[in-house]
Design a binder for this molecule. Structure first.
Ligand code: MG
Length: 437
């Protein structure tokens, strides 16, 4: 009996001591407890024509802050309003060390979750929190994700030409500059599949501009690639982006015709509304599939990865909610033998590029990274912007994301107005029907 009392008393004292020590403890051993003091949205053109928004999370430790990408070319103002009116008042006062909890609770606090605007808000917060965590640790973010598993991040180049001959010359030039992976397009997205303006049979009084035709695309683009391969050989790893312009069997037929050309991948042959067709594509060819530039919800990428229907996941890191979900997607890819090919785009910004870099360089599931390059002015507005040299992306190894924003300079380059609200430019078919981008 005495022994039992002693045991309970000891346990009780130990628990009390433990709880007291936890209450008194700093957030991380040896580091002072932090709170989020302020949250700012910074917009800029970057000294060019960009419509960029960044989130700056300022902590209670003087000089310690983080930066995240809140860039969304087509709904810029909606993301900014969501950050300022809905995230900022909720985030101030919280503990920036709790990245996963803040991500989960921010994801759920809108009740209706996912979607491009919500994901951009999450991503901006998430990147800034990882930036803070890395600075606190004195380590680049990739060290917190497990450390480097490769020396640098290989990127694929973008080249194009009006015809196969021009495209082949562009591929050779890209190879000479050091790229091994090269995406080839024949003009704008859908290029090779357009009937020129004013030509063909048109509805009376209807549109007269260039019109997209699926069967023309399947025929011409596959023939163009045959000619490109005949000139450049099979050393370059070639990619092509269909940008969701094909429907069911045309997508399958296109991939079948591309099989002898040994593509590194073809991208988004189908719109995200038609993902079940990837099962049919698998039945007719082994052309590798890169999919998911428009993904904003796990229900879109999860079945494709887990059923091994695709080979590369193409999400933009900021469009799926930041580094936290990107690392999880990469881990899921690793389990199922899929790879990552995080999306960039001419509208994308250096903070988002670096967020992708930290996941790319630390993930065994990395496949390839889309390139993005910036004018000199951007390196002044955002010092620490990553560099691509001879086909490889390099970060600077500084703590956090490794990038800063010069707010004075950003203010000198205000974000330009979005004409007509900044819509994505849509293609039309011969009868005027809109083509999915
Ligand atoms: Mg794409």
């Amino acid at each position: 009996m005495a022994a039992r009392v002693f045991t309970e008393y000891t346990f009780s004292m130990n628990r009390r001591t433990l709880l007291q020590s936890l209450w008194a403890a700093p957030a991380l051993a040896g580091l002072p407890k932090l709170t989020i003091k302020d949250v700012k949205v910074i917009t800029t053109s970057g000294g060019a024509r960009y419509r960029w928004a960044f989130l700056k999370i300022i902590t209670s430790e003087p000089g310690l802050y983080g930066i995240g990408s809140a860039n969304n070319l087509f709904q810029t103002d909606a993301v900014i309003a969501a950050l300022q009116s809905h995230l900022r008042p909720w985030l101030i006062g919280k503990d920036p060390d709790q990245i996963e909890d803040l991500w989960q609770s921010s994801h759920l606090k809108t009740y209706w979750r996912n979607g491009p605007v919500n994901n951009n808000v999450l991503a901006a917060m998430d990147m800034a929190l990882w930036d803070i965590k890395g600075k606190r640790a004195g380590m680049p973010v990739y060290e917190l994700l497990g450390g480097k598993v490769r020396d640098a991040v290989p990127c694929y180049d973008h080249v194009g030409g009006a015809d196969a001959s021009a495209a082949a010359a562009a591929v050779q030039k890209s190879m000479a500059s050091g790229y091994r992976h090269i995406r080839v397009q024949f003009g704008a997205y859908g290029g090779g599949g357009f009937i020129p303006a004013g030509q063909g049979s048109r509805p009376e009084g209807g549109r007269t501009g260039q019109a997209f035709d699926e069967e023309v695309y399947v025929e011409r683009v596959s023939k163009n690639f045959e000619q490109v391969r005949a000139k450049v050989g099979f050393e370059p790893k070639l990619c092509h982006d269909v940008h969701s312009h094909l429907s069911g069997m045309n997508a399958a037929e296109f991939c079948r015709r591309m099989q002898p050309l040994q593509m590194f991948f073809v991208e988004d042959v189908l719109a995200p509304e038609q993902l079940d067709w990837y099962k049919e594509i698998r039945k007719v060819c082994t052309t590798p599939q890169a999919v998911g530039e428009l993904f904003t919800h796990p229900f879109e990428y999860y079945p494709l990865i887990s059923q091994r229907l695709i080979d590369f996941v193409r999400c933009r890191v900021s469009s799926i909610g930041g580094i936290t979900p990107a690392k999880k997607i990469a881990t899921m890819c690793e389990v199922f033998g899929c790879k990552t090919a995080f999306q960039e785009g001419g509208d994308n910004d250096p903070v988002n590029q670096l967020a992708a870099y930290h996941v790319d360089i630390s993930s065994p599931a990395f496949g390839i990274q889309e390139e993005n390059h910036f004018p000199a002015s951007v390196y002044d507005v955002l010092p620490g912007t990553a560099e691509i040299r001879k086909g490889y992306l390099y970060g600077n190894g500084k703590p956090g994301l490794g990038i800063d924003i010069n707010e004075e300079l950003a203010a000198k380059y205000p974000m330009p107005e979005a004409r007509d609200g900044g819509p994505y430019r849509l293609d039309r078919a011969m009868d005027g029907t809109v083509v999915k981008p």
